[in-house]
Design a binder for this molecule. Structure first.
Ligand code: NAP
Length: 321
């Protein structure tokens, strides 16, 4: 993982600070996904983020790309890569977790993942694997029994580290009170237009690494916004430094101490997004960015209903909105 710095997680394992995201809509053909992942490995990415949710559909092509990269010597060894995947809500039941991870490992052609995350802080009936989901069917997550199964995944060596995604401070508190192994990571939306200051402070204190998803605002995706790449504040800084607006956003995340997963299937942008580590933002530039108007991009309205676990967006995020 030369050239890309790493952080050490509470599990003792290290994670490259930047990883390649793999979700895209509409979903490209598996062959195109496989070739994008191989491009990413070629330009230097060693950290990949996927998920079991059908919206991703990238575990298999990523697994093929990894196998190919080892076969052809692009990567020396499996241990040179960091791969994270996620437990989908339909499997977020005590007896569903290990079989779900085993299925992800089969698709990835791997013996272990570096990081296994609970994708969202809710459950769904076992048969609810489709996307979009029926929000009326969302049930509360049984933190104790599901996390115990996540801990077993780590104890069995199927996951080097375990963590969560889309958890608020309150939900992390709840989880921590049930945990023997604390979550190593909370993967959440984070970028200069949704800076997550409260959550960052909380996680720093608890030793939980924040990984930023949607670090460029997911511009062009149905869940995305152009607010990051169109931000006048970021554009001005980019112009003055001879960098792209995307690089300013990613470098800001790095200087906050968060790791990130950023998606591009274009080779030039993959390279651009990695070019972050031999320059920095000044105190004044960081201060300018701290003043940007804040707005959560992924509100999660599709998870709200009168009969489901969350009756409002406020409830889903415990007021962190
Ligand atoms: P993102 O990385 O912020 O943005 C991706 C979009 O930005 C793509 O349309 C990409 O287009 C474009 N892009 C990439 N680099 C660029 C550059 N240098 N200049 C201009 N445009 C650029 O959004 P994301 O994909 O939502 O987030 C990243 C990853 O986080 C996902 O892929 C997924 O792995 C993860 N994620 C997790 C969750 C969760 O619930 N845990 C939710 C959302 C995302 P091109 O491909 O055409 O370059």
């Amino acid at each position: 993982m030369e050239g890309i710095p790493s952080v050490t997680l509470s599990s003792g394992h290290s994670m490259p600070v930047i990883g390649m995201g793999t979700v895209s809509y509409p979903k490209p053909e598996p062959g195109a996904l496989r070739s994008a992942m191989l491009d990413a490995i070629t330009v230097g990415y060693r950290h990949f983020d996927t998920g079991a949710l059908s919206l991703y559909g990238t575990e298999e092509p990523l697994g093929e790309a990894i196998a190919e990269s080892i076969r052809c010597g692009l990567v020396k060894d499996r241990s040179d890569l960091f791969v994270s995947t996620k437990l989908w809500a339909a499997d977020a039941h005590h007896d569903g977790v290990i079989p779900a991870l085993q299925e992800s490992l089969r698709k990835l052609q791997l013996e272990y993942v570096d990081l296994y995350l609970i994708h969202w802080p809710f459950g769904l009936p076992k048969e609810e694997t489709k996307w979009p989901i029926d929000e009326e069917k969302i049930v509360a997550l049984d933190y104790e029994s599901v996390w115990k199964a996540m801990e077993q995944c780590q104890a069995l060596g199927l996951a080097k580290s375990i963590g969560v995604s889309n958890f608020s401070c309150k939900k992390l508190e709840q989880l921590l009170s049930a945990a023997r192994i604390p979550p190593a990571v909370n993967q959440v939306e984070m970028n200069p237009t949704w800076q997550q200051k409260k959550l960052m402070d909380f996680c720093r204190e608890k030793g939980i690494q924040i990984t930023a998803y949607t670090p460029l605002g997911a511009n062009g995706m149905p869940w995305g916004t152009s607010r990051v790449l169109e931000s006048n504040e970021l554009k001005e800084i980019a112009m003055a430094k001879g960098k792209s607006t995307a690089q300013i956003s990613l470098r800001w995340i790095h200087q906050q101490g968060a790791t990130m997963v950023v998606k591009s299937f274009k080779k030039e942008r993959m390279e651009e997004n990695l070019d972050l580590f031999n320059w920095e933002l000044s105190k004044e530039e960081m201060h300018e960015i701290s003043k940007i108007e804040q707005c959560r991009g992924i509100q999660g309205e599709q998870f709200i209903s009168a009969n489901g676990a969350f009756k409002s967006v406020m409830e889903l995020w415990d007021g962190e909105i």
